[in-house]
Structures are given as C-alpha cells and as structure tokens.
Design a protein around this ligand. Sequence first.
Ligand SMILES: Nc1nc(Cl)c2ncn([C@@H]3O[C@H](CO)[C@@H](O)[C@H]3O)c2n1
Length: 234
Amino acid sequence: MTIHIGAEPGQIAETVLLPGDPYRAKWAAETFLKDVECVNQVRGMLGFTGTWNGHRVTIHGSGMGMPSLSIYANELITSYNAQTLIRIGSCGGMQKSVNVRDVIIAMTATSISTPSRGIFKEINFAPCADYGLLRAAADAAVARGTPTHVGGIYSSDVFYDERPDLNEQMIRHGILGVEMEAAELYNLAARHGRRALAVLTVSDHLITHEALPSEDREKTFGDMVEIALEAAFA
Ligand SMILES: Nc1nc(Cl)c2ncn([C@@H]3O[C@H](CO)[C@@H](O)[C@H]3O)c2n1
C-alpha cells in the first residue's frame, strides 16, 4: 500500500492505463478486461486490474491536472513497478486540421510549468513519448480508420485560461491540442526509465468551439482504450 493507493504488492500490473476520470477507469476495465478486480478506492480514485488478450493490465484514474497525475504515477512507478504508463483522455483541439472525435497521439508535451520545475530549474527539458509506443499506437489508430494526428500537445495547469496569448503561441507553433496531464507523465517516465504515451480524443475545439456530444464520448473513448492496449502489447 502507498499513501494514495490501497493495492497490495502484485495487484498492479506492469502496464497501466491512466484516464483522468476514475469512473472512466471503471467503465474501461469492465468493458475491455477479463477477471477484473478493483485494486484501489482510496479517495475515490478507482483502479482496476484484469487481463486483455492474456496480458495483465491495470486501469487507474489519474485525476485532473499534473499535480494529481504526479502523485499516482510516482507511486505506480516506485511502489508498484509500473513499466508502461499510457494516458488515455480528452483534449481540446487547437488546429483547423484537427476535428472533434479525432485521435491525437502526443509526441511531445509543451507546458509553461510542471511539478518537475523545481528539479529542472533552468533546464528546458523536452517531455516526449516512448517512440515504440507512439509508433504502435499510430499504426493501430490508422488500421482502425480513426482520423489520427501525431505531434505536440500543450499540458496546461488551467482549464479556465485567462491568458489567450498562450493559446495563440501554441496554435502558431503547431500544437495540436490542450490537456492537463501528459507533460508530467513524460517527465516521470524519463526520470525513471519507463515507457509513456498519451492517446487523446478531441472532445472540444478551441477554434471552432464545437464539443463532442455526450452520446459520442463513450464510443470515442472506447477507441482510445483499444488503441492504447494494442500499442502496449505490440
Ligand atoms: N485545459 C483543458 N482544456 C480543454 Cl479544452 C480540455 N479538454 C479536455 N481536457 C482534459 O479534461 C480535463 C478537464 O476537463 C483535464 O483532465 C484535461 O486533461 C482539457 N483541458
């Protein structure tokens, strides 16, 4: 057990999918895994372990924002030996070429600050995905016919952004979408020599202001889970 995860040693698989929402973790585990066991309920941040195609997988909520993700990813890595961590979540589209329902596979994650800022100080570290996971996820997404974009995303500390100049610069430099967790996941994976990737579905759009209807969210989320699982075990 750790401060924030009540699982016993061995109850967490080496491959962990990390949706922000714990109830998405429950839905994904019940929908895609067999022999599902709830391995964490501490503070309502649910985690489940089961098998997919014979492989052990844990699906665990990360919460919203990099501070929350940092807590769970640190404990999953250092106390439960997680080796592959794949964030599956939603993001806001930031390019006209990106449409709501599309999948974004995050090659890099730009930010103006992360929980690792204290360590990096003046180092402008480039958080990037594991190439093997990225390539396998892109192949899986294309094979399913899902409109897919591979490139940089922006990991913001705020949902209600009071700085339009930030988004302007991100859009100007080709950033595909905005979310709130991936940069710190990539920092931690680099620090601990683990594999990490973020597979995101575009649920909102900062330019067109279109939003994914709630009835479509489950289907698009399911596509992401399957892409992540295929990439993890490719
Ligand atoms: N800043 C931000 N902006 C937009 Cl347009 C988002 N669309 C989805 N998310 C993700 O969903 C949650 C916020 O609703 C966060 O976990 C974040 O990663 C977004 N986060």
